[in-house]
Design a protein around this ligand. Structure first.
Ligand code: NI
Length: 156
């Protein structure tokens, strides 16, 4: 369990008012929770850029399945990066478009390379890689202690 420490922050009044306005819009009840989330987000973003940080996230793409060869290319890439893609969900959106959401996990640079490879394919209209978490950071927070009855397989 992580010990919680208190500390004071000084900032200009106008900046604090703007901050309070923003977090009220976002639905935060108090500044501490908002600041904790921002600090985590900041740390995660940095970690995401480090080659040796293990990250978890989602890669979402929208593509035109009529584009010649795209489905075969996607399957090839997903087999090549099988270790980084935990699962894939595919929805046939309309006559032309498919949306595919991949849960990805691995070293930050490998996951980024995988995302770039897929997003740059001809026929992919839009793609977005979202960093949900860094395994080392999200795994050790006192307020996120989970109890699982089943065993997880760890890939350390
Ligand atoms: Ni489809």
């Amino acid at each position: 369990m992580d010990e919680v420490q208190r500390f004071g922050i000084s900032m200009p009044k106008k900046l604090l008012e703007a901050f309070d306005g923003l977090i009220a819009q976002q639905g935060y009840d108090n500044r501490s929770e908002a600041i904790r989330d921002m600090v985590r987000d900041c740390l995660l973003q940095r970690q995401w850029e480090l080659p040796d940080g293990e990250v978890v996230g989602t890669l979402t793409i929208v593509y035109d399945h009529h584009t010649r060869g795209i489905e075969a290319r996607l399957v090839d890439i997903q087999h090549d990066y099988g270790g980084q893609i935990r699962c894939t969900t595919h929805v046939h959106l309309d006559y032309d478009n498919c949306i595919e959401v991949m849960v990805v996990q691995g070293q930050g640079d490998e996951v980024r390379r995988l995302a770039d490879t897929i997003i740059s394919l001809r026929g992919v209209k839009h793609g977005q890689l979202t960093c949900t978490g860094v395994v080392a950071l999200i795994g050790q927070q006192s307020e996120h202690t989970h109890h699982h009855d089943h065993d997880h397989t760890h890939h350390d």
